[in-house]
Design a protein around this ligand. Structure first.
Ligand code: HEC
Ligand code: HEC
Length: 485
């Protein structure tokens, strides 16, 4: 009896201690940051010693790369530039993620087999991301990479065609990494086969919240003043206007997939996810970490002389430093673009109007999609232990697509190399950094759907301060390195 009770107590204590360790990781650092920030806000510029405390959060940490990563990356690099992995033989990942443009494409929205409605984000330093895509609809680089290959608007291949491509062009690479190509699959491989990606449907609650929050006079007049009496029919009609909410029907490619037996399907999906591991290893090594800003921070943090000015350089000088002060102080940019990668791995609504039909719900759709993704960290293929320990994996069960904050919010993009990755925002609507800064300075627009975060207020910066902030953003550019080479 006693030993049972004792072990229960012990067990509870272990849980509490583990919980506290977890909570510390979550809360402690941001709390310290938040305190410093609170002190920093208001109009008084940050003092040097306050700034120095904050600056230590900006020291770049390299990814941990293993020898296995290096092996996988070798193949992943090849695949990244391989146009053979597309329906028309012309498109590779690098068509949209061009190394010379910090892995973006310079276009407003991406152009694959068809015109897409989102801007191509950079992939630099993405080892430090927990969620991928503007709406975070995948939870790992490996899972993400499987989407463009099969997406009919991007590369448009099916997973069985990908398997054929491997057999015909890269069999030995594959087998060196993952062992023999499965025999039962090779015998039975249909020419074109893939399952349909299930499109999650928004609940009535999300649709209702979206309707009433939409900044759209026509829609609001249709709804009338009594938003609580939205009829099921009105909700159904509006649901069809939302991005990605058209119901899908089965097609011959998915019939081919489901005709294979269970084991063959499993093996095909296994080959598919292995390809994802190669892309992931390659992308993990792509970093940008040696900007004028980094050189300044390193000098300042390593020196016993706390005066920042003695550590200036030609490219990081008074104006850039003032920009950094504003970034952490008055501008409070660091609330979201935080830490050495200038992002918080979270989703925010910064009040951009709707640019085009259909209504883009952002994170709400991302949450529904990632929970259902067969290749998420809880699925059978990509559930290794390190992935399951990751922050996003722990969060996966608790994500809520219904909260009003998720509606119309998007992932905080990194600001590293931001001067090289125009145009900006999820749909590339802003052409220059100046336009972005004007948005934050004036804050006079409302979100197309959902609600702009209350912390975002007009900054009312002077022309001089805006120029400094822009200089600071430009000082975040550095050459892109491949650490797996
Ligand atoms: C047709 C252009 C195009 C192609 C081809 C393409 N991408 Fe992308 N990529 C995009 C766009 C656009 C997004 C953002 C889409 C969204 O958020 O809905 C994106 C997002 C990403 C992201 C998420 C970045 C982040 O921080 O959220 C990664 C990683 C990525 N792509 C890697 C790849 C890989 C690997 C391939 C090849 C297997 C590839 N892409 C092929 C255009 C493309
Ligand atoms: C409340 C969180 C938040 C704050 C505060 C914030 N940002 Fe952002 N920022 C975002 C999000 C989210 C996006 C993407 C929005 C979208 O596309 O819908 C973004 C986009 C950007 C972009 C475009 C990057 C790209 O690759 O498209 C720049 C540049 C930028 N922010 C700079 C700043 C600066 C400078 C400040 C301070 C004046 C700031 N941000 C404050 C969340 C924030």
């Amino acid at each position: 009896m006693i030993s049972k009770k004792l072990s229960l107590t012990l067990f509870l204590w272990i849980l509490i201690v583990l919980g506290m360790v977890g909570i510390r990781r979550y809360i402690m650092i941001p709390k310290e940051q938040a305190r410093l920030l609170r002190d920093a806000m208001g109009n008084k510029p940050l003092a040097d010693n306050e700034l120095r405390k904050l600056a230590q959060f900006f020291v770049f940490q390299d990814p941990e790369l293993t020898p296995r990563d290096r092996e996988l990356a070798h193949w992943g690099r090849k695949l990244f530039f391989e146009t053979g992995l597309s329906k028309n033989g012309k498109i590779s990942c690098a068509t949209c993620h061009k190394p010379e443009l910090s892995f973006t494409d310079g276009k407003t929205t991406a152009q694959g087999l068809t015109q897409r409605d989102r801007n191509t984000p950079t992939i630099i330093n993405s080892f430090s991301s927990f969620w991928f895509y503007w709406d975070g609809r995948t939870d790992s680089l490996a899972a993400q990479s499987l989407n463009p290959i099969e997406d009919e608007g991007e590369q448009g291949l099916t997973r069985s065609e990908l398997a054929f491509w491997i057999l015909n062009n890269s069999r030995s690479d594959y087998e060196n990494l993952f062992g023999p190509f499965p025999k039962i699959l090779e015998k039975a491989l249909p020419f074109k086969a893939r399952p349909l990606r299930e499109r999650p449907q928004f609940s009535d609650g999300v649709v209702r919240n979206t309707m009433v929050s939409a900044d759209n006079p026509k829609l609001l007049s249709e709804i009338g003043s009594n938003e609580l009496t939205l009829s099921p029919q009105q909700i159904r009609q509006f649901r069809q206007k939302l991005r990605n909410q058209s119901p899908q029907k089965g097609d011959v490619l998915s019939v081919n997939y489901w005709r294979m037996n269970r084991e063959q399907r499993f093996e095909l999906d296994r080959v598919f996810s292995n390809v994802g591991l190669a892309f992931e290893a390659f992308e993990k090594g792509i970093v940008a970490r040696d900007s004028a800003f980094d050189q300044f921070i390193r000098r300042w943090m390593q020196s016993s002389n706390p005066d920042p000015r003695v550590h200036f350089s030609e490219k990081f000088n008074f104006s850039e430093f003032l920009g950094f002060q504003i970034f952490l102080g008055k501008g409070a940019c660091h609330v979201c673009h935080s830490g050495p990668y200038f992002k918080d791995n979270q989703f925010h609504n910064i009040g951009l109007p709707q640019s085009q039909a259909p209504f883009d719900l952002g994170r709400s759709l991302g949450v529904l999609t990632v929970k259902k993704d067969r290749f998420n960290c809880q699925g059978i293929f990509l559930k290794d232990s390190s992935r399951q320990k990751s922050e996003s994996c722990r969060d996966l069960n608790f994500l809520d697509s219904e909260t009003p904050e998720a509606i119309g919010s998007f992932k905080t993009p990194t600001l590293r190399n931001v001067a090289e990755t125009a145009p900006y925002m999820r749909d590339g609507r802003l052409k220059t950094l100046r336009e972005v800064l004007e948005h934050y300075n004036k804050m006079e627009t409302h979100s197309g759907v959902g609600f702009r975060e209350e912390t975002l207020k007009p900054l009312n910066l002077s022309e001089h301060e805006i120029a400094a902030l822009e200089d600071f953003l430009r000082s975040l550019s550095s050459r892109v390195e491949d650490l797996n080479l």
